[in-house]
Each structure stands twice: as C-alpha cells, then as structure tokens.
Design a binder for this molecule. Structure first.
Ligand code: AMP
Ligand code: ZN
Ligand code: FE
Ligand code: FE
Length: 288
C-alpha cells in the first residue's frame, strides 16, 4: 500500500486541478491520497467525482496556525467538512488571504515590481491565494527564476521585504475544533526550518497533551537526521508518525508518493476519525 497524506490542488496553491491530482495519484501507483489544500476543502467534490478505480481519497485540509509568533501548519483529516464552527474558522483564514496578498502586492509595487492583483488573481484561479501564487507572478515578470527563489528575505520569506502576515489560528483551538468535527490532526513538517522559524519540542509536547494525533516525520524539508529525531519524539509522545510528499504539481519539485505513510499508521488515523470516511474509487476497495 502506498499512502500519500499531504497534497495540494488548484483549490489552493497546487497546479493540478483536483481531478488531475487524483488521476495523477492513480497513475503514480498510489493506493491512498489525501487532499489537503490550505485552509479549504473546496476541491474535494471535484476530486471525488474524478477518483479512479483503485485509489482511495481522504478528505482533509492544511490549516494555517500560529503559536507564540511562529507560523505552523496543521494537517486535519476526515473531519466533517460541514461542521459550522470549523468551517467558519477555515473561511476566515482563507478569506483573509485576499487582503493580505493585496498588501504584499502593494509592497512589491513600492519596491518597483510591476505585479498586479489581477495577475495574481488569474494565477490563483479561484484557489485559496498564497505566496506561491505571488511567487509565480514574480517568475512570470522575470524578477526571480523559480518559485522557491521568491522565498528569500529580499521578497516573500517570513519577515521579507514584501511579506505580510495573514490571520492564523490558535493550534490548540484547531485541535479542539477538528476533534469536535470528528477529525484527526497531524502537525505538518514541524521541523522545516528552511521555511522559517519552527516551534520547540516542548511545544509539540504541549500540543500532544492537548490531543494532537500525529506529526509528519518523512517530508522533503526534513533532513534524515531530523526525521530520525522526530520519529523518536513521536514514540516518546505517543504521536502517529506520518510521511507525505506535500505535492504542489509543478509549483514545487516534489513528486507524488515521494514520501509515504505506513499502512498501520494510516489505519489508526482512519479508526480515530468519525467526521468523514475514506472513499475508494469505483471498482477499487477489494483487498485494500
Ligand atoms: P502562505 O500560506 O501564503 O503564507 O504561503 C506559504 C506556502 O508557501 C507554504 O505552504 C509552501 O507551500 C510555500 N513555501 C514556503 N516556503 C517556501 C520555500 N522556501 N520555497 C518554496 N515554497 C515555499
Ligand atoms: Zn502550499
Ligand atoms: Fe505546509
Ligand atoms: Fe502543504
């Protein structure tokens, strides 16, 4: 079983539509894929409608949170997407991304970059708008050579010249809300230090005590030594260790299934969840 529990579509800052994502996941030989767009589940219906035989779809989202001034991402799986309290928090965070992107565009214009909201809006194409869309605009304008080259303090990195904070949720509150909506939480790439500041292990312990279910251990932004340390920490704290690609289509270099989650860990995630259930593609299911 190959299980990839962290993927983005055009519903946020991935470049595959939700339908393309599940087709590509099937073609990549995955058995299970989770759709985890930033602060939204809007891609789910389209992904479900296009789900190929033999591939199981897990609904989810990657929630933008902040703890003691440090941004962090919380993966949430198999919660009830209609649960009103969690839905309104997701929409608050997602909607605030628009004025925040506009403020970053204004900063870039002051720095002499001729980027416009119209350009970024076209690139985001209705998805949850984020820095990777602005970074794509900077690539189009020839300001930087790649999306990742825009994530420096010269441009869009945390604290960078054009950076603006967005509304981010309290992770303790999100653990509570996701659980109340029948879902499971996994702290995404907790030690991805090249993206900016990360939280200390003591904070992961506090989140675990508050009901966090797991941590993403195997991720492209974790060195092998970091993965080993996180696997040990998961063991100490009773957290489920996961692995995933954090696939973003052509906007990032990682490929579907680059890292995967152990079937036993995935089984435990599905046993804990009551808000939604994994859906096998038509004709699949047997023996999976
Ligand atoms: P935002 O949610 O708008 O603040 O943008 C954050 C997103 O940008 C993350 O979820 C990543 O997908 C992407 N990102 C963050 N740091 C980098 C980086 N160094 N290189 C490429 N993409 C990055
Ligand atoms: Zn992203
Ligand atoms: Fe993330
Ligand atoms: Fe992600």
């Amino acid at each position: 079983m190959r299980i990839d529990l962290h993927c983005h579509s055009t519903a946020s800052d991935g470049t595959d539509t939700p339908a393309e994502l599940v087709r590509n996941a099937g073609a990549a030989g995955l058995d299970v894929v989770a759709l985890t767009d930033h602060d939204t589940t809007r891609g789910y219906a389209e992904a479900l409608a296009a789900l190929p035989a033999g591939l199981t779809l897990v609904t989810g989202a990657e929630l933008s949170c902040r703890l003691d001034g440090v941004g962090l991402h919380m993966l949430a799986y198999l919660f009830d997407p209609e649960e009103p309290e969690l839905l309104s928090e997701r929409e608050l965070v997602r909607d605030d991304r628009v004025p925040r992107a506009q403020a970053m565009i204004a900063n870039l214009q002051e720095l002499g970059v001729p980027v416009t909201w119209e350009q970024v809006e076209r690139i985001a194409a209705g998805g949850s708008v984020g820095r990777p869309h602005i970074a794509t605009a900077l690539v189009e304008l020839g300001v930087v050579r790649s999306v990742s080259d825009a994530f420096t303090t010269e441009w869009l990195a945390d604290g960078g010249r054009a950076y603006v904070e967005k509304h981010e949720s309290d992770p303790f509150e999100m653990i509570r809300l996701v659980k109340a909506a029948g879902g499971v939480t996994v702290f995404a790439h907790p030690a991805a230090s090249k993206r900016g500041q990360t939280v200390p292990e003591s904070a992961i312990a506090e989140l675990a005590a508050a009901g966090l279910d797991g941590i993403e251990v195997d991720h492209m932004d974790h060195e092998p030594a970091t993965r080993a340390r996180l696997r040990g920490l998961a063991g100490e704290l009773g957290l489920l260790p996961t692995g995933s690609s954090d696939y973003h289509g052509s906007r990032k270099t990682c490929v579907l299934g680059e890292f995967t989650t152990d079937p036993e860990i995935y089984g435990e995630i599905t046993r804990r969840a009551t808000g939604a259930f994994p859906v096998p593609g038509a004709g699949g299911g047997a023996g999976r």
